[in-house]
Write a protein that binds this ligand. Structure first.
Ligand code: NDP
Ligand code: 8X3
Length: 250
C-alpha cells in the first residue's frame, strides 16, 4: 500500500508518515523544505522496511503539482491513499484589518492546493479502481471564531469539498474522509503568529492539547476500515476543549 502525504515536513503530516511507516506503508512525502524531506526519508527507510519517495514542491502551484504527479516513476504510479494535509493559518485579525497576503496564502494552500493535488491524483485512483482520500479539515471547518474569518472559511471549504468529492467519487468506490481536529500542538501556531514564540505558545497554556501523533492515529483508524466502511467525518478534540471557543484551562 502506498500513501501520499502532503505537508510531511512537520506536525500532523510528519507524525502520520512515521505512524504509517511503522505499519508498512510505502510513502510519497511532500513539502517545501527539501532538507526535512530528505532527513525524514532517510530515517523512515532506515527504521522500517519501506520505500519513501520525497517530492519537494509548493502545493499553491498547479504547474509544480502536475509536474510532480505526472513524473512519478512507474513503481510509484499506484497511490492507494491521498492525505491532503498541507495547510496553514497565518495572521489573526478582524476582517476589516485583514492582511491580503495572509488571506491569499491560506486560500491558495488550503483550498486551491488541496484541489490541485486531488485533481492530479484522483484520476489515477479511478483508473486503478480503488482509493481513499483523507482531507485534513479542522474544527474551524465546522465553527467560526473571532479573528478566524479567512482560515475558518478555507476549512469550511475543505468540509464542503469533502462532501462534494464523496458524491463525485461514489460510483468509483473511492472513499473520502474528513478529519477535523481541535488544538494540536505543532508548528501551526508558530506559523499563525509569524514566528512569535510567546504568542504561539498561548493557545496551549493550561491545557493538554492534542499531539500530531493523536491525529495520525485517527487517520490510521479511518484508512484501516474494511472497504465497505467509510469514516465520513471525524471530529477529534483535546478533552479540555469543547468547541472552537470553550477551553478549560488549569
Ligand atoms: P505544521 O505547520 O506543523 O505543518 C504544516 C505542513 O504543511 C508542513 O509540512 C508544511 O510544509 C506544509 N505546507 C504548508 N504550506 C504549504 C505549501 N504552500 N506547499 C506545500 N506544503 C505546505 O501544521 P499542522 O501539522 O498542525 O497542520 C497540518 C494541517 O492540519 C493543516 O491543514 C492545518 O490547517 C490542519 N489543522 C491543524 C490544527 C492544529 O491545531 N495544529 C488543527 C486542525 C487542523 P513546508 O513548510 O515544508 O512546505
Ligand atoms: C486549527 C485549530 O481552532 O486554531 O485548525 O482553528 S483552530
Amino acid at each position: 500500500m502506498t500513501a501520499l502525504i502532503t505537508g510531511a515536513t512537520a506536525g500532523i503530516g510528519k507524525a502520520t508518515a512515521e505512524l504509517f511507516a511503522s505499519h508498512g506503508f510505502n510513502l510519497i512525502i511532500t513539502g517545501r523544505r527539501e532538507e526535512r524531506l530528505a532527513e525524514l526519508k532517510a530515517n523512515l527507510e532506515k527504521t522500517h522496511k519501506i520505500e519513501v519517495l520525497a517530492l519537494c514542491f509548493d502545493v499553491r502551484s498547479n504547474v509544480f503539482v502536475e509536474k510532480a504527479i505526472n513524473s512519478l516513476p512507474e513503481n510509484w504510479q499506484k497511490i492507494d491513499i491521498l492525505i491532503n494535509n498541507a495547510g496553514l493559518a497565518v495572521g489573526l485579525n478582524h476582517v476589516q484589518d485583514g492582511v491580503i497576503d495572509d488571506w491569499e496564502r491560506m486560500i491558495d494552500a488550503n483550498i486551491k492546493g488541496l484541489l490541485y493535488i486531488t485533481r492530479a491524483v484522483s484520476p489515477k485512483m479511478i483508473e486503478q479502481g480503488s482509493g481513499h482520500i483523507v482531507n485534513i479539515c479542522s474544527i474551524a471547518g465546522k465553527e467560526v471564531y473571532e479573528n478566524g474569518n479567512v482560515y475558518c472559511a478555507t476549512k469550511h471549504a475543505v468540509d464542503a469539498l469533502s462532501k462534494a468529492m464523496r458524491i463525485d467519487m461514489l460510483r468509483y468506490g473511492i472513499r473520502v474522509t474528513n478529519i477535523c481536529p481541535g488544538a494540536v500542538e505543532t508548528e501551526f501556531s508558530f506559523v499563525r503568529f509569524k514566528g512569535d514564540k510567546e504568542k504561539a505558545a498561548q493557545p496551549y497554556k493550561g491545557i493538554k492539547p492534542l499531539t500530531a501523533a493523536d491525529v495520525a492515529q485517527a487517520i490510521l483508524f479511518a484508512v484501516s476500515q474494511p472497504r465497505h466502511v467509510c469514516i465520513n467525518d471525524l471530529v477529534i478534540m483535546p478533552t479540555a476543549q469543547a468547541n472552537s471557543r470553550d477551553f478549560y484551562r488549569e
